[in-house]
Design a protein around this ligand. Structure first.
Ligand code: GRF
Length: 208
């Protein structure tokens, strides 16, 4: 909300950045996407990471985000099922956009209604294929390989009441060879995530 600005010939001043947009990141795991997003926006004066919220006390993302000076919030699975609680946190933190980065719990309907088309998820395959409840992590890549698909990729989409069914914002494709394994598909998908996810978030924010 407050932006440090440099004034030529004077000390730095803190001014209220009226146009600053705030992102709340939800993550349950390692956080390679969350950390990449934090790094991407670190030098962007118009975007602030308000917090990283997790339902998993062992999530690798929590110490990493803390080390980068980002506020972390740890909630129980019971708490994250409570739409009132999540809404209260996001409103208190004046969040403009919620980004799910490897977040493995269902988003309560109340939060979706409070933030319509303001919650973004990344899915590690090309929706509408290989999505839905319990389709996460390596299960997705296994399903892609079992189907013999010559391509995979990532889907960045808004979140609605149904798993992986919200409006698609962008998709990026990678080609698969017959010799691919879960490890190699995961690596190709993660490369796409690292390049494209922060940029797509930025383009969504610019339209808010
Ligand atoms: C990513 O592959 C993302 O597409 C999916 O969950 C994974 C999270 O990985 N939604 P990380 O925790 O960001 O490393």
């Amino acid at each position: 909300m407050f932006q440090k600005v440099k004034v030529v010939g004077k000390e730095s001043l803190y001014l209220c950045g009226m146009n600053t947009k705030r992102i709340g990141i939800f993550a349950s795991g390692n956080g390679s996407n969350a950390i990449n997003i934090i790094q991407y926006f670190q030098s962007n004066g118009k975007v602030e990471i308000a917090f990283v919220l997790s339902n998993n006390k062992n999530a690798g993302v929590l110490p990493l985000a803390e080390n980068m000076g980002v506020k972390t919030i740890l909630l129980s699975n019971e708490d994250v099922a409570d739409g009132h609680k999540l809404t209260e946190i996001c409103q208190q933190e004046k969040v403009d956009l919620i980004v799910l980065a490897g977040y493995l719990r269902k988003i309560p309907d109340q939060l979706i209604h409070e933030y319509p088309e303001r919650i973004i998820n990344i899915h590690p395959a090309l929706l509408p294929s290989f999505g839905g409840k319990n389709m996460y992590g390596d299960r997705v890549h296994e399903a892609v390989l079992n189907a013999g698909s010559p391509i995979s990729g990532i889907t960045i989409h808004f979140v609605n009441e149904h798993f992986d069914e919200g409006r698609i914002i962008s998709q990026f494709v990678c080609e698969l060879e017959p010799s691919e394994t879960v490890n190699t598909v995961r690596q190709k998908v993660q490369e796409l995530e690292q390049v494209h996810f922060p940029r797509v978030i930025e383009s969504v924010i610019e339209q808010l």
